[in-house]
Design a protein around this ligand. Sequence first.
Ligand SMILES: [Zn+2]
Length: 151
Amino acid sequence: MDITAIKGAYDGFRHTKEIFQTLLDAKIDAEAKEKVSAAMKTLMEAQDSLFNAQSVMFSLQEENHSLKQKIADLEEWRVQMDSYELVEAPGKAVVYQFKGSPEHYACPSCMVAKRISILQNRGVVAGVFDCPHPSCKAEYKVNPYNNAWMS
Ligand SMILES: [Zn+2]
């Protein structure tokens, strides 16, 4: 059922109510008036049911839209995740490595939170890389200890 069908049903109800009202206004006997009134009451109840069905339909449409959006988001995330693989870096930290170019690593904690944070080389001998995300700021020993400059 779509909006046009509901609009059609409302118009039908309105038209039928008008006919009933015309009958009630006409010179008809009491028994006939009673029957018309009963039919009108049934019509109003049907109209209420239609109104309820319409609100249910609207909320289902909203839910449907939001679920489709969630599926699209998850699909997009899956495609992004597919370009990374979990590896043990030379410095022994377990991080995500980008499969393409330029070569880089991504923060595994951020991956769990469904975001890609590219680890930044701190440029220290200990080989530590930092996660730049403000709510994470994790550090990983990506490169091995390198004191070559001392020798
Ligand atoms: Zn992170």
